[in-house]
Structures are given as structure tokens and as C-alpha cells.
Design a protein around this ligand. Structure first.
Ligand code: GLN
Length: 591
């Protein structure tokens, strides 16, 4: 096993995950099997602060960077590929309870650090690409920045791992940030962070310098001199129009040959190398700019202040339609979008349908009647923005805030015959609003928001724990069975005419089966159900160009090189080329 550690210095959030994923992709294109581990000192974090919780096929709720790995590398990771300090402490505690340490004094060094090292060595070997073969290389991304108190045990364990496997089997990429102050590119922070990682006993083989503009020759020489590395070991990762072009940038600068020259890796087998080369060609074709007209899509949600909270949804839209994206912070400065973080600067990514996607982020509460009385300008501009969109997407979410706004937006899409894609909560709110409007169930509600509702159209799933909150939802991969009579449905055609869909879930509530017949009689067809036939998974509205909701989150399995069927259909419908998409998908057949 060969390990590549990607660590960061200076500041966090500058794109370690993208650099790690891009490095993995480049190694794959040469024919190597690559796995990834994310070491993240903290546990669960608030979506509005840290970004979405990514859901794995196994049901693991993990850091969003695992989503990047899955999307770039087309691999399927397990919860064990996400290491947190809490998980490691729990493991040591469990071992101690089992008598594993036989009455010894249990300490951070060596017990916790050994536990981390063993975990990494075990997980690195798990096959992830569906072939059943052990990976050749494991990329380990260390969250946070070197020097953080939380990461100390991890750095110790990684240093020991390097010592044991040898430097020929362990490379380190240090991601730094080069700020420009008064027009001058500053290298001091980079020098300090390289010093910090060296003092831990790890030697950087590559210094990846994040920066907004290309670095001057003199800056690169300075870094090379003061950090005592060759000029070729300083790689410049400037801002790119899309994050999918970062692999091109690393490729141009010879990152992978440099890493391989430091490692003792046998050449990959010919057939994998040929597959890898084909993958690189598809990647290049897909990510080169080809945009034409603009396509406005509204996203109505409650975490719109931080786009990372909807990362997979946004990526699914992007990679499915191969659109570029420009986020429009239309909400009169009220919403302070974090425009700096990642691909919100995607302006000219390559596109299948060749549209330049304009994502309109709308705060659901601004669409509610209360906003009309309290802040009429914001209310009006929210509705104007929605009305200008060619399609509406309502993603997942928890809690009551903004639900009324989401319901009203779903009604607008239904009545105005605009394409609608509801994901999880977006599926549930559309059913609630439909019941209120079409079944005269004025009090139709979800038990999540009104536990005493007299018309509970969305109910708590019987098997889900009502008391404990952590990891007790219906999680991960479950089968959806397309129902008899759904042969002509759009969603089924999008899944290639298959009789099943396999997608990931994360929910606690579901459609009340008692009302299903009534809902169907008014045209809201549940074309996909779970294997028992009791749980509603997909609805599709009759006599509407595209009004589809899924209880599952198809975005989690959207890959850069193969878009997710519901998203593909939704974007095609919004762009007026649904027939083309249906034909293409049907011709492709089931996955
Ligand atoms: N809050 C809803 C539920 O638990 C929807 C969850 C989601 O959108 N992920 O069922």
C-alpha cells in the first residue's frame, strides 16, 4: 500500500479536498486503483456552518469531502473511510472495556495513536471501485490545519506510519495559501506551515500553493529556497473557472510524475491503464467550456446562506447538466453568501446541454405571507426571482422554519407548469401542499412540524426511534421498485426503463399510506415504492411537464462522469429538451 497524505497549513477551507480528489483522479487515469480516507478531528457539524452531511451507501453520515472523492473517483466509500477523533476515542474505550490492554495505563501515545494507525492501514485496503481488488494507493486527507490541537494525535500516528512503511511508500502534499497583500505575494505563512509539519516529523514532497492568480517566478523561487524543496516540488493551484479543471492544472505541472518518482510503485496493468486513459479523455471533454445560453434554476431552501449545505445537490445539477454556474446573490445583500469557498465561481464549465446555469438561491421564509407584511421588498424580490426561473428545486431539510415558503413555491411550480424536483423534504412539502389544494385537507401537515395534526399526511416512520437523534434515521442505500403501470413514466425512462432504482436515503418521516389512494386519484402517482410497497419513494404528477419528487437523495450518487437521472431529467425539462434526455436515457438502458 502506498499512502499520500494531503495536509494543510495557513488557513483551512482552501481546497485540500479538491486537491486530494484531483490527485486521486490523475492516478486513476494512469491505471492505479485509488482509495481515500478523510481524517476529520471534529464530529457532526451544523449544515449552515460546515456544509452538508454527506450520506454513504452504507448509511454512514460523513464529512462532505467524501462526496468529492466519490464524485471524482467514481468509488463507493464506507463510513470507516471517515475517521474522527471521537470514533478513535470510542474504539480505544471499547478495547479497554474488553480487556484488550490488560490493566495497562491507557494513554494517547501509544494507545490512541496506534488505534489510528491500525484503522488507516486496515481501511486503506478495502476495495472501493466495485472490482473487489485492493487499492494500490490510499490518499489521506487531514482536516483542519497542521498545528491544530485536535490533529496532534493524527499527525503522530501518520509520522509513525511513514516511518514504518518507509518514505518510498509515503508521500506528503502540503497545501498552503499564498495571500497577495498590496500587490505582493506573501510566502511567509507557507514557510511557517512547512516548518510546522517538518517539526512533526513529516517531510513535504510537494507544496501545493493555493492562490487567486498565478504565482510569480520569484515567489516560486522564494518558496523553493526557504522551504528547501526543488522548484518542481512547488505546485501552483490558482483559482480556476471550475473545480473540475483543477486536475488539468495539476496535470500540466507534472504533479503525478513527481509523486511517482518519489514512490516505489509498480506500473499498472495494461487494461487498467487503457481504461484510465479513456477516463481522462472523457474528463477533458466534459470539463472544457462550451456554454451557450443562460438557464435560471431556483433553489428554495432554508440553509441558502451557506451553499455548502447543499453541496451534493448543486454538484448533481452541475455534473448532470454539465452546466456552468453563476450564483446570483439577488436578495439585496440580506443574504451574505459565502462566495469565496469553492465552485461558486464556476462560470464556464463544460456542458452536455450547453447551458450556463444561473442558480437563484431563495430563502424559503422570504416567500411566506409573514414576510409580505414585515419586509415587502424582500418578499416581492423573492417571488420575482422565483417567477423568473425555468425550474424549481427544493432540496432536503429538517425543522419547521421555511416549510410554508417551500410549500407555496411547490404550488407555484405545479400551477404554473414549471419543472419541479423535490428531494426528501422537497418531496414531502409538495405532497402536503397538493393535499391541501386538491384533497381539501386544509390541515394536511407533517408530524415533524405538527405532531398533533388531525390530517397527518406525512408521518413518523414506525421503525424509527423517536427519542434518540443520532444516526437513527432511515439511512443509506435502499431499493425503489417501479410500480405496475409506471412504464410510461418520465422518471422510469430516466432510469433507463429499469424496474428498480437504488438510491441513498436520510429521513425520519414518510407519506402516510392511508392517503395514497386519494392522492393518486387526483393525479399524484406514486410510481416508485420501497420493496414492501408500503413506503412511497417517487411521485410524478400527471398532466404536468415535469413535477417529480423523490423521498431519496439521488444527488449523493451523482458522479462527474455520469449524472444522476432525476437531475438530468429536471435540467432537460427546464431547458426544454426533456424528450431528448428521455430518448438518450432509454437508449442507454438500466445502469
Ligand atoms: N425532515 C424530513 C424527514 O426527516 C426530511 C429529511 C430530509 O430532507 N433529508 O423525513
Amino acid at each position: 500500500m502506498h499512502y499520500i497524505l494531503v495536509a494543510g497549513g495557513v488557513i483551512s477551507g482552501v481546497g485540500k479536498g479538491i486537491i486530494a480528489s484531483s490527485t486521486g483522479l490523475l492516478l486513476q487515469t494512469l491505471g492505479y486503483r485509488v482509495s481515500c480516507i478523510k481524517v476529520q478531528p471534529l464530529g457532526l457539524m451544523a449544515p449552515a456552518e460546515h456544509g452538508e452531511c454527506f450520506v454513504l451507501s452504507s448509511g454512514g453520515e460523513v464529512d462532505l469531502d467524501l462526496g468529492n472523492y466519490e464524485r471524482y473517483l467514481s468509488v463507493t466509500l464506507s463510513g470507516d473511510n471517515n475517521i474522527t477523533l471521537g470514533k478513535m476515542h470510542k474504539r480505544v474505550h471499547d478495547l479497554e472495556r474488553k480487556g484488550h490492554y490488560l490493566g495497562k495505563t491507557v494513554q494517547i501515545v501509544p494507545h490512541l495513536t496506534d488505534c489510528i494507525q491500525e484503522w488507516i492501514e486496515r481501511v486503506a485496503k478495502i476495495p472501493v471501485d466495485g472490482s473487489g481488488e485492493e487499492p494500490d494507493i490510499c490518499i489521506i486527507e487531514l482536516g483542519g490545519t497542521v498545528g491544530d490541537m485536535e490533529s496532534a494525535p493524527f499527525l503522530y500516528a501518520l509520522t509513525k506510519l511513514r516511518h514504518e512503511v518507509g518514505s518510498k511508500n509515503f508521500s506528503t502534499i502540503m497545501v498552503s495559501y499564498v495571500a497577495t497583500v498590496h500587490g505582493e505575494q506573501k510566502t511567509k505563512p507557507t514557510q511557517h506551515c512547512v516548518k510546522a509539519i517538518r517539526s512533526e516529523g513529516l517531510i513535504p514532497d510537494v507544496i501545493a500553493c493555493r492562490c487567486e492568480k498565478p504565482l510569480e517566478e520569484s515567489t516560486i523561487s522564494k518558496i523553493s529556497l526557504h522551504c528547501q524543496v526543488g522548484l518542481d516540488q512547488v505546485v501552483v493551484v490558482r483559482d480556476m473557472p471550475t473545480i473540475y479543471q483543477v486536475p488539468h492544472l495539476l496535470h500540466e505541472q507534472g504533479l503525478v510524475p513527481l509523486l511517482l518518482s518519489k514512490m516505489d510503485l509498480p506500473s499498472p496493468c495494461k487494461s487498467l491503464a487503457a481504461k484510465g486513459a479513456a477516463k481522462w479523455e472523457s474528463w477533458m471533454n466534459l470539463t472544457l467550456p462550451k456554454s451557450q445560453a443562460d438557464l435560471k434554476i431556483a433553489l428554495v431552501g432554508k440553509y441558502v446562506r451557506n451553499l455548502d449545505a447543499y453541496m451534493s445537490v448543486v454538484k448533481a445539477v452541475l455534473s448532470t447538466c454539465y452546466c456552468s454556474m453563476a450564483v446570483t446573490p439577488w436578495t439585496t445583500g440580506k443574504i451574505n453568501l459565502r462566495l469565496t469557498r469553492h465552485d461558486v465561481r464556476l462560470e464556464h464549465a463544460a456542458m452536455h446541454y450547453r447551458y450556463n446555469l444561473k442558480l437563484l438561491l431563495i430563502n424559503a421564509e422570504d416567500l411566506e405571507p409573514e414576510a409580505e407584511s414585515q419586509d415587502p421588498d424582500t418578499y416581492r424580490s423573492a417571488w420575482d426571482s422565483l417567477a423568473s426561473a425555468s425550474g424549481l428545486i427544493i432540496p432536503g431539510g429538517f425543522g419547521k422554519r421555511g416549510v410554508l415558503g417551500m410549500m407555496l413555491a411547490s404550488r407555484w411550480a405545479r400551477e404554473q407548469k414549471r419543472p419541479y424536483l423535490g428531494i426528501c423534504l422537497g418531496f414531502q412539502v409538495a405532497v402536503m401542499q397538493f393535499a391541501r389544494d386538491m384533497l381539501s385537507m386544509k390541515e394536511a401537515d407533517s408530524e415533524e412540524f405538527r405532531p398533533d395534526s388531525r390530517e397527518p399526511i406525512i408521518i413518523h416512520m414506525p421503525e424509527v426511534d423517536r427519542e434518540r437523534m443520532g444516526a437513527t434515521m432511515r439511512l443509506g442505500l435502499h431499493d425503489t421498485v417501479f410500480q405496475p403501470g409506471s412504464e410510461a413514466s418520465k422518471i422510469r425512462a430516466l432510469y433507463g426503463g429499469s424496474n428498480r432504482a437504488h438510491e441513498r436515503h436520510r429521513h425520519r418521516y414518510e407519506v402516510n399510506p392511508q392517503y395514497v389512494e386519494k392522492l393518486q386519484s387526483m393525479g399524484l402517482h406514486f410510481v416508485g415504492k420501497d420493496t414492501t410497497g408500503q413506503r412511497m419513494e417517487i411521485f410524478e404528477l400527471q398532466d404536468h411537464p415535469f413535477f417529480i419528487g423523490t423521498q431519496f437523495h439521488a444527488e449523493y450518487q451523482s458522479r462527474v462522469l455520469s449524472g444522476s437521472p432525476p437531475y438530468l431529467g429536471f435540467i432537460a425539462a427546464s431547458a426544454g429538451c426533456l424528450d431528448q434526455a428521455l430518448k438518450e436515457q432509454t437508449a442507454k438502458g438500466p445502469e
